[in-house]
Design a protein around this ligand. Structure first.
Ligand code: DHB
Ligand code: MG
Length: 242
């Protein structure tokens, strides 16, 4: 069964009322609606839904985790692959005041919605949205870095077509600062990465390839953290580049 476009109206995803309640409780204390980026984030989700984008953006606590991981990396430049409606881009830039973010999106409609949301958040000066397939855009960015036309990146968030996870990760290694960190979303997929009947599916195969390549690559150290929440049982890979 293909993943549906909506997390809530189906039996495809696993749910547990405790996961939802814990997210709601913790987030209400750790990121109350008085926070300065609250309205811009809510606006980005509302316009994304109204414009018919798939309901697959990072959920609030993962968005904040990614923004804090970027802060921990002391990154001044970041790369995102898979902009969707700009929700995570707004998290990254709003939580990291000096950050310059480059975000890559293959779908023109998604990119247009994201640009509007980023403008509404007042972040257009610091977020560059590049339209195009990551498999073409990332090698071009890496070449610009090699030629000294673009700064190296201190952080990356990869959340796009899963079969190209390793291609994106590998391209990032060629344009990252020493000590940069990378988060790759959706590498657990309800445990399907270890289900023998699923390991040939595009997403699961892409996650397994990434994990196995990172495991044998002497340039990086990585770990996978499984997550649960309102939106699913999944997980992310965190890697640090030496
Ligand atoms: C799904 C979830 C994601 O976070 C994503 O980036 C793509 C797909 C999903 O569960 O279908
Ligand atoms: Mg994702």
């Amino acid at each position: 069964m293909a993943a549906p476009n909506n997390f809530h109206d189906n039996d495809y995803y696993e749910h547990d009322p405790r996961w939802t309640a814990v997210d709601a409780y913790t987030f209400s204390h750790l990121h109350p609606s008085s926070q300065p980026n609250h309205d811009a984030l809510a606006h980005a989700l509302a316009t994304s839904r109204a414009a018919g984008l798939p309901d697959i953006s990072t959920y609030p606590n993962l968005g904040k985790y990614i923004a804090l991981q970027c802060k921990t990396s002391r990154a001044s430049t970041a790369l995102e692959v898979g902009t969707l409606g700009g929700y995570t881009a707004i998290w990254l830039a709003s939580a990291n005041p000096g950050l310059r973010l480059t975000t890559v999106e293959v779908d023109p409609h998604h990119a247009a919605v994201a640009r509007d949301n980023i403008a509404h958040a007042g972040l257009s000066e610091r977020i560059e949205v590049i339209l195009g397939p990551g498999t073409e855009v990332l090698p071009r960015l890496a070449e610009e870095v090699r030629q000294g036309k673009r700064s190296r990146f201190g952080f990356a968030f990869i959340d796009a077509d899963k079969e190209n996870n390793w291609a994106y990760f590998d391209a990032f290694l060629g344009m990252a600062e020493a000590g940069a960190s990378v988060v790759v979303d959706n590498v657990v997929r309800m445990g399907k990465i270890v289900d023998p009947s699923k390991v040939d599916d595009d997403g699961e195969a892409g996650a397994r390839r990434l994990i196995e390549e990172v495991g044998r690559d002497p340039r990086v150290e990585g770990v996978v953290i499984q997550t649960v929440g309102e939106k699913n049982y999944d997980g992310f890979l965190l890697a640090v580049i030496s």
